[in-house]
Design a protein around this ligand. Structure first.
Ligand code: ADP
Ligand code: MG
Length: 729
């Protein structure tokens, strides 16, 4: 009897060496592991082409015919073996760069073979390099291929095309039409453990399974969604009996995967909210009202009002708030955060706002002090550069409850920073802070403070659900009135002259300009050189202007001084690397020139663009690239030119790059080793899975209902084996 936890090495076709390889390369050690290693695509192996109808654009073709003769071409290392292969409708070349000796010994001329591979055109002739070759041997191929082959042969000699097609059509439902293709590493391929061998191992496992795989979803869900059984799904995901069954298997397994991820997140969140009580903040309080009626410089947007209401509801619910606030750059998140902090202060608690950089922390301090004016709310700054006596006083006053709002960087989570009564924490720019750091803030208070996480990198809804499933999400989806969308253009770097003319026009109108250069670690030296050269050129071109230069190699104080000069309008042009990416606010800046824009990701480009368009004037973003661009880069640039909407851009980014590369996902504590579901494409299934998981957790948090027993049991098993799942709890 075969057990799922049985060591893979005892399966026919594996053995100790391959077992080692499977463990090292794919972390497959058990029978269950290999059943969970799904094919990445399927190849239709019932279709046989004729040589006369193939061309170099086809992905794969299967042919049947004979090798007429072999030929060796070239000398030494570039030597290759070429076989002239014919099926009666034409000839092509089969080419090998390795196995030159062994191939002709194994595959004899004038014997009928099935060959399979990717056709290419070389010097006007079609060839297939390193094809799969299989003798036409019915017993090895099983009935299905044999039938297909016979069909093919019949069709070759059948001039009545319609009837041949009908034949094929009629028999196709009886065929196993799709063969699995498995990803294997180079090392595996070198040692003969290729996709075909993987398929054989899986087939051997399945042959040994003498009873169905145990079900992993409760019957009511299977019924509700019309899923096939787990056993059928696994069998068909590897060896689909037909395309329809493959779709059913995929739907079931995608749902199941997302469902258990959601179960894990939702159950954990619920457990936590039952264990951890939030601070009750029943009042709106005097500071909020004073601010709202006497100091608010402009009316709130509807979106801002809505978010403040949502936060306010959380604060008086008795539950601990964990809320993600998403809002495009410039949507006015800081003001929302401030007003929420004022509610906390009105309930006699302290608040704290944490920014990812010193510059941003200082800017927050200024912004908040400006907003508050003469109100008696004490706001102080704590960063790494606040030292000596000043620091001592701040720490003492904080512990004595004399400071209302502490603005800072990572410095605020150091152990010696003690609050008298911390009740509300704002974290700006989520992606720079990990889950662990968030958790550390909680220890600063007997009862966990309410946490508002703000991000200007909009995260598509589907991703947020998987990634921050433990957070509630609020969205500011509206910009303050009067903003003109930034006009974005793409320019090749050969056209700098026209670019400088445009910049000149803006400067003449009293505007300020950013020039941004990429800075990526591996090529730091070259990038710095680019920046320096750019700086020199710009200084020459605009010799009547003052030019600032900021990059990561500067000391924080130098960087800051230079940023301040630009912010005060003492310099007209800022030449910088991406250090200016986050948050910096200079409303008079109207042009953002991004050099080597092809080297930036979409969300980064959008962030950079958000630095301009903060005043009432028309602003421009100019994306400068080299002439030769990959298709993907062209798409990226086009999306930027077409759209100013951060959410749409994030959505597109997710589609282009996949979730694994998106900013923020690395530290999120939720790894993206989804096996089959794709959150960029399977949004609807994700929503279904989330609803079902929420329903079960809501109905049966005590795990008593027998109808859900199967779910709780499987969740426990998964939590044992999924390494990353512990990380979010
Ligand atoms: P972000 O969401 O990118 O952090 P900010 O909070 O920096 O945005 O706000 C951008 C600018 O918009 C700031 O100058 C801010 O004072 C201003 N602002 C915020 N809310 C409003 C509003 N309701 N009406 C007009 N201007 C606003
Ligand atoms: Mg901001």
């Amino acid at each position: 009897m075969l057990q799922l936890d049985q060591d893979i090495k005892f399966i026919q076709g594996v053995g100790p060496n391959r077992a080692d390889l499977l463990k090292k390369e794919l972390d497959i050690t058990t029978v269950g592991d290999i059943l969970n290693y799904y094919p990445f695509k399927y190849i239709d192996r019932t279709k046989f082409y004729r040589i006369s109808e193939i061309n170099g654009n086809m992905p794969y073709v299967q042919l049947v015919g004979q090798i007429l003769f072999y030929d060796k071409v070239g000398e030494g290392r570039s030597q290759r073996l070429v076989a002239n292969f014919s099926d009666g409708t034409g000839t092509i070349d089969l080419v090998w760069f390795q196995g030159i000796k062994y191939i002709p010994e194994t595959y004899k001329p004038r014997t009928t073979y099935i060959i399979f591979g990717k056709p290419q055109v070389f010097k006007g002739r079609i060839n297939v390099a390193h094809p799969e070759i299989e003798p036409v041997d019915i017993s090895q191929y099983g009935d299905t291929t044999a039938i297909a082959f016979q069909n093919y042969q019949r069709s070759l000699f059948d001039n009545d095309d319609a009837s041949a097609q009908q034949q094929q059509h009629r028999s196709s439902s009886a065929l196993q039409t799709l063969r699995p293709a498995y990803n294997t590493s180079d090392r595996m391929k070198k040692r003969g453990l290729n996709s075909n061998q993987m398929a054989k191992i899986v087939a051997n496992v399945m042959r040994m399974m003498d009873r169905p795989l145990p079900e992993t979803l409760p019957p009511f869900l299977i019924q509700r969604y019309g899923f096939i059984s787990y056993d059928e799904a696994v069998r068909n995901i590897h060896f689909p009996s037909d395309p329809d069954m493959l779709r059913k298997a995929q739907a079931r397994l995608k749902f199941e995967e997302l469902f258990y991820v959601q179960m894990n997140i939702i159950k954990y969140t619920k457990d936590r909210s039952r264990k951890i009580h939030g601070i009750m903040m029943p009042h709106v309080g005097e500071p909020f009202n004073t601010f709202y009626f006497q100091h608010l410089p402009f009316p709130l947007t509807n979106a801002q009002k809505r978010v403040i209401k949502e936060v306010r509801e959380d604060m008086r619910s008795g539950k601990q708030m964990n809320r993600l606030l998403q809002g495009d750059v410039g949507s006015g998140k800081t003001l929302v955060a401030l007003m929420c902090m004022l509610i906390a202060i009105g309930n006699r608690y302290q608040a704290c706002i944490m920014a990812p950089t010193e510059i941003l922390a200082e800017q927050h301090l200024q912004t908040i002090r400006n907003f508050l004016g003469d109100m008696t709310v004490r706001v102080e700054l704590l960063t790494g550069t606040v030292k000596g006596k000043k620091r001592k006083v701040i720490l003492e006053d904080l512990a004595a409850g004399k400071i209302d709002i502490l603005v800072g960087t990572h410095a605020v989570i150091e152990d010696n920073v003690v609050f008298a009564k911390l009740g509300f924490v704002v974290i700006d720019e989520q992606h720079r802070f990990g889950v662990a750091q968030r958790a550390k803030l909680w220890t600063k208070s007997d009862t966990a403070p309410h946490v508002l996480v703000m991000t200007a990198t909009p995260i598509p809804r589907t991703l947020a659900m998987t990634l921050y499933g433990d957070l509630d999400v609020s969205v500011i989806d509206e910009l303050p009135p009067g903003r003109k969308p930034v006009h974005t253009v793409h320019q090749f770097d050969a056209h700098h002259k026209a670019l400088y003319q445009r910049v000149r026009r803006e400067i003449d109108q009293g505007r300020q300009i950013y020039f941004v250069y990429p800075l990526i670690q591996e090529s730091e030296k070259i990038d710095l050189k680019n920046l320096e050269e750019g700086y020199a050129t710009i200084c020459k071109e605009f010799s009547d202007c003052k030019v600032s230069k900021v990059h990561g190699k500067l000391k924080p104080a130098e960087k800051d001084a230079e940023m301040q000069r630009f912010a005060r309008g003492e310099t007209q042009i800022m030449v910088a690397t991406t250090v200016i990416e986050v948050g910096v606010n200079v409303p008079n800046a109207s042009v953002m020139v991004i050099e080597n824009a092809e080297r930036f990701g979409l969300s980064q480009l959008h962030q950079l663009r958000g630095r301009v368009g903060r005043g009432a004037d028309q602003s421009y973003c100019i994306l400068v690239t080299k002439f030769q661009l990959t298709t993907e880069t062209k798409k990226r640039i086009q999306i930027m030119v077409d759209s100013n909407d951060g959410f749409e851009i994030a959505e597109q980014d997710l589609k282009l790059r996949g979730p694994g590369d998106l900013e923020g996902t690395q530290q999120s504590g939720m790894a993206f080793d989804l096996r089959i579901a794709n959150i960029a494409r399977d949004g609807i299934i994700l929503q279904m899975a989330r609803d079902a998981a929420a329903e079960i957790v809501d109905n049966d948090i005590d795990q008593q209902n027998p109808a859900y027993a199967i779910v709780w049991k499987h969740l426990r098993e998964l939590r044992k084996t999924q390494m990353n799942w512990g990380a979010i709890s």
